[in-house]
Design a binder for this molecule. Structure first.
Ligand SMILES: *[C@@H]1O[C@H](CO)[C@@H](O)[C@H](O)[C@H]1NC(C)=O
Ligand SMILES: *[C@@H]1O[C@H](CO)[C@@H](O)[C@H](O)[C@H]1NC(C)=O
Ligand SMILES: *[C@@H]1O[C@H](CO)[C@@H](O)[C@H](O)[C@H]1NC(C)=O
Ligand SMILES: *[C@@H]1O[C@H](CO)[C@@H](O)[C@H](O)[C@H]1NC(C)=O
Length: 470
């Protein structure tokens, strides 16, 4: 008997979610290749943090991913065996100059983040660990996807890259970030939902050596995760790299627009900035927050934050293309990484089901496209509500921290109730429930397929069409 042809998956983008998805597929013996437009995996060093829920998803994907994270993760608080399970919220703004000692940076509340809370990692170190789990031949750099082509008769999709080279795939997963090409190919280049839009927030990020941070913040604050809230801005910091560095992120409102393109062509999502700009933004804040700003380097970058709030995508799927974790949102606490890992788990689970169905198919070559399309429809149905909620909730959470969300304003009791409810929805996600929904959805969609198509000849998946001009 002939071996069924292996499914070959292409992942566009070699960020953390792209790598994790690839590792999950390799673990399931699925052939996969990552195409990354940069020259290497190294990216700007910034901190990332995963929730306990994201760690559980990684365990399902491949326990080796959890080991990779643990190898570089820094627990909240100094006692690794008994980490601090809380993110602490402080009022960074109000203070009385006559009584600074008692009024500056008052603790507002503690948010319970689950056992071990967030695991803060240095992004570059994590990428290094993840890369070790991926064979060299499964990655190509300097490949920028331009277009793809499906024909009614050929089983595989053709991909075309900017350098003129081509590749083939049974399906394409876009993990290609804010300016996602795959998102444009799914939604159409003239659709505003195919692009992210400026949220009028910029983030300044820096890693500060702990031996400089500690004398300023005190031992406890420097080694535990903190959020300092106030009007129109907030600052978050957490220890990374085994407590040798403090990761600081300051979110500030920017009233000017930030188009993706201007008269000179595409605009960078980052721009040069200075500590002076940030001093200005936090001029009226309390001494603690201003001393954090003083710790930052003189020359900084600011990152424009783009999100999908203004134009939510109606779908994340088209035929055999989908996007994972390419739903940029305002990440204003170390909480948002989990959802891309959930996407990765959903996709790996569905692809495994397709492989299992194919192993029993008498005509795998012609069944593959329809099974993958069915699987991706299930992905869209199951993941869409949560993803869209996240985009909306992230923007609103930012307003809550900054005391301008209409339902909570400056009432910190109400703010905290909202933050807690939203955080718990994010963290205490029913992973088993998601996996069940995927299994049910897949079997109902594919059982109807099998009645009229699977096993018979010539399953037609649509007329050949060029999705974008080469
Ligand atoms: C982190 O630092 C502690 C204390 O200095 C040390 O015992 C431990 O081995 C370090 N861990 C890593 C992963 O470097
Ligand atoms: C964008 O950033 C790159 C790399 O940092 C730089 O070389 C380029 O000049 C920047 N472009 C603009 C328009 O600022
Ligand atoms: C910051 O940038 C300014 C202007 O480009 C330069 O003169 C200065 O030396 C830089 N400072 C540091 C610490 O690199
Ligand atoms: C993409 O957007 C997110 C949130 O807006 C931001 O944190 C991230 O740094 C951006 N990535 C790039 C490569 O610009």
């Amino acid at each position: 008997m002939q071996q069924p042809p292996q499914i070959h998956v292409v992942i566009v983008g070699g960020g953390i979610v792209g790598l994790i998805t690839a590792i999950g597929l390799l673990k399931r013996n699925v052939s996969v290749k990552i195409y990354e437009q940069a020259r290497s995996f190294r990216e700007i060093g910034a901190g990332v943090a995963f929730t306990a829920n994201a760690m559980t998803c990684m365990e399902h994907l491949d326990p080796a991913i959890v080991e990779a994270v643990n190898a570089v993760a820094t627990p909240n608080g100094e006692d690794a065996e008994n980490p601090n399970d809380h993110l602490r919220f402080h009022d960074g703004y109000h203070w009385d100059p006559n009584d600074a000692e008692n009024t500056d940076d008052k603790l507002l509340d503690l948010l319970h983040t689950g056992h071990k809370g967030f695991q803060g990692c240095n992004r570059a170190h994590l990428l290094d660990e993840l890369v070790k789990l991926i064979p060299k031949h499964a990655v190509e750099f300097r490949k920028r996807l331009v277009s793809y082509h499906e024909s009614g008769t050929a089983r595989r999709i053709q991909l075309r890259f900017e350098d003129g080279s081509t590749a083939e795939a049974d399906m394409i997963i876009g993990c290609d970030g804010n300016k996602s090409r795959v998102r444009q190919l799914i939604l159409g280049e003239h659709n505003p939902a195919a692009f992210v839009h400026f949220s009028h927030k910029v983030a300044y990020r820096a890693l500060v050596p702990m031996d400089r941070a500690e004398p300023v913040l005190g031992h406890f604050k420097a080694h535990n995760q903190h959020m300092h809230a106030g009007p129109d801005a907030h600052i978050l910091h957490f220890p990374v790299t085994n407590h040798t560095l403090l990761n600081v992120v300051a979110f500030v409102t920017e009233t000017d627009d930030w188009p993706l393109e201007d008269a000179n062509g595409p605009r960078n999502m980052t721009a040069d900035a200075t500590r002076e700009d940030l001093r200005e933004a936090f001029r009226a804040w309390g001494p603690t927050v201003r001393s954090i700003v003083d710790l930052l380097p003189e020359n900084l970058s600011k990152w424009a934050i783009f999100d999908a709030y203004d134009h939510p995508a109606p779908t994340y799927v088209r035929g055999r293309l989908c996007i994972a974790a390419t739903r940029p949102r305002l990440i204003s606490s170390p909480r948002a990484r989990g959802i891309g890992v959930e996407d990765a788990l959903a996709l790996c689970t569905l692809i495994e089901m397709v492989v299992n169905t194919l192993s029993e198919s008498s005509n795998p070559d012609s069944d593959t496209p329809a099974l993958i399309e069915a699987a991706l429809q299930v992905y869209d149905e199951v993941r869409m509500p949560r993803s869209q909620w996240l985009v909306k909730s992230s923007r609103e959470a930012c307003d809550i921290y900054e005391w301008k969300y209409p339902a909570t304003k400056t009432d910190w009791g109400k703010c905290m109730a909202e933050i807690t409810a939203r955080s718990h929805k994010l963290w205490y996600f029913d992973i088993e429930g998601m996996l069940n929904d995927l299994r049910k959805g897949y079997s109902s969609r594919t059982s109807s397929l099998s009645e009229d198509a699977i096993g018979s000849n010539g399953l037609v998946t649509g007329e050949g069409k060029w999705e974008a001009v080469f």
